[in-house]
Design a protein around this ligand. Structure first.
Ligand code: CTP
Length: 423
């Protein structure tokens, strides 16, 4: 069987970062992917991140002579079995419906004779607008397959249809259109390595380590709380918002790292270029953390529940008498301590400690107990959990460095700078 190939066109929207996950899933199904980005897509996801995932050059500029000499738009489409526009913004679909070709992506779409799949993602009002609905009807009449968007809460705070369908669903649709067997088991976990980034010809700025100090490094971040089920409808949780961990993942991605963010249940948008894996319980977080190894740096920011319910009944617990049900707890395994003893221990392993008093003393004790390299101790005596600011003490075997109260994104960048000096 010859290898199937898709040409992925990424247009510019907040969902563009999900194209990274889609590329990973598609490649795991044994399908080759080549990518084209529109100019505005590059505002949401870097060509570097996409290039690392496709392990290929990312095409963007129609008038880049170097690229045109090597491979033109006709060839890009000729070499593909299917063209996938994901995410497909209202704008690119309007151009497709009207036959406008004013950049490489739309020129390919106008010139191709290959099947086209469009995967829409946009604000609910844009989706419901008569112009968009008219364009979609036109595209479908022209033979383009347009997936229905998911319904749910959006990055803009509204609710309704318009969300990008989940990448595994898009991958399944691509396989169906290619007549390629779809293996759902291959859609969980992460790819063994995305490190094989060849210097990207088109992006000298990005591939220069001086410009991106963490280029080629893998960084694993855990963030948010965990939920521990009591029964099918109730759970034990904590007040962690996940913001500090997300800010750290974002800072790491901005510095060029290949970032995996394992997030407990939070209401936050995934930072551009970050591969996010959502989990609920401490046990799920542990499993995903281990799957994400090896990594150069691991930063365990998550407020992992120390305990879970010892027994979780399959049915909801009913208040059927006078007796209040006892809640028996069992201790969760410590993810940080497990990583410290792991055969694939990250080169730099960082734990967080939430303290309300004797911060440095407690952090030093934790450093030894957990076997990590640094403990970032933060003072949670105020309203840190869910708030915008954090004050930190970085405790290492060599001493303590104290940072003043600063916004979480400032702290995140400062921490990542310190990390990039150390790895
Ligand atoms: N951690 C973990 N797995 C757990 C518990 C905690 O990986 N089961 C990690 C957290 O992500 C964080 C650090 O360990 O990096 C925090 O350790 P923990 O002992 O839970 O800290 P506190 O909650 O601050 O400790 P204590 O309750 O003892 O004050």
């Amino acid at each position: 069987m010859t290898e199937k190939r898709i040409l992925l066109i990424v247009s510019g929207g907040i969902a563009a970062y999900k194209s990274l996950e889609l590329v990973r899933l598609i490649k795991r199904q044994g399908i080759a992917v080549r990518a084209v980005m529109t100019k505005s897509a590059a505002e949401f996801v870097t060509p570097l991140s996409l290039g690392v995932m496709t392990e290929d050059q990312v095409y963007g500029d129609m008038f880049d002579l170097k690229e045109e000499r090597e491979i033109g738009h006709i060839q890009l489409s000729r070499q593909a079995d299917l063209i996938v526009v994901c995410p497909a913004t209202a704008n690119i679909m309007a151009k497709m419906a009207a036959g406008i070709s004013d950049d490489l992506a739309t020129t390919i779409l106008l010139a191709t004779d290959k099947p086209v799949l469009a995967v829409p993602a946009m604000n609910v009002r844009m989706w419901n607008h008569p112009a968009t609905q008219r364009n979609i009807a036109q595209l479908r009449a022209d033979g383009v397959t347009v997936m229905d968007p998911d319904e749910g809460s959006m990055a803009c705070g509204e609710f309704g249809p318009g969300r990008l369908p989940e990448p595994p669903d898009v991958a399944a649709r691509i396989c169906a259109m290619l007549d390629h067997p779809f293996d759902a088991a291959l859609t969980s976990g992460r790819a063994p390595s995305t490190k094989a980034a060849t210097p990207l010809v088109a992006q000298p700025d990005f591939s220069d380590p001086a410009h991106r100090p963490l280029f080629g490094k893998r960084v694993l971040v855990t963030a948010g709380p965990t939920y521990e089920a009591i029964d099918p409808v109730r759970y034990i949780a904590n007040r962690s918002s996940g913001r500090q961990g997300f800010a750290i993942a974002q800072a790491a991605a901005e510095m060029g790292a290949d970032v995996t963010l394992i997030a407990g249940p939070v209401h936050l948008v995934t930072p551009p270029g970050v591969i996010r894996i959502d989990v609920e319980s401490a046990a799920e977080m542990m499993a995903e953390v281990q799957k994400a190894l090896p990594t150069d740096v691991a930063i365990m920011v998550a407020a992992v529940a120390d305990w879970r319910a010892a027994n979780v009944p399959e049915q909801k617990i009913k208040k059927d008498g006078a007796a209040i049900p006892p809640l028996m707890l069992a201790e969760n395994a410590d993810i940080l301590a497990t990583l410290a003893k792991h055969a694939q221990r990250p080169k730099l392993l960082i734990g967080f400690a939430a303290e309300t008093e004797k911060m440095v003393e407690h952090a030093q004790a934790k450093l030894t107990k957990k076997g990590c390299d640094w403990i970032v101790a933060n003072d949670v005596s105020g309203d840190v959990m869910g708030g915008a600011n954090n004050a930190f003490h970085i405790v290492t075997k060599d001493g303590v460095e104290s940072w003043p109260d600063s916004p979480k994104d400032v702290i995140a960048r400062k921490l990542m700078e310190k990390i990039s000096d150390a790895v």
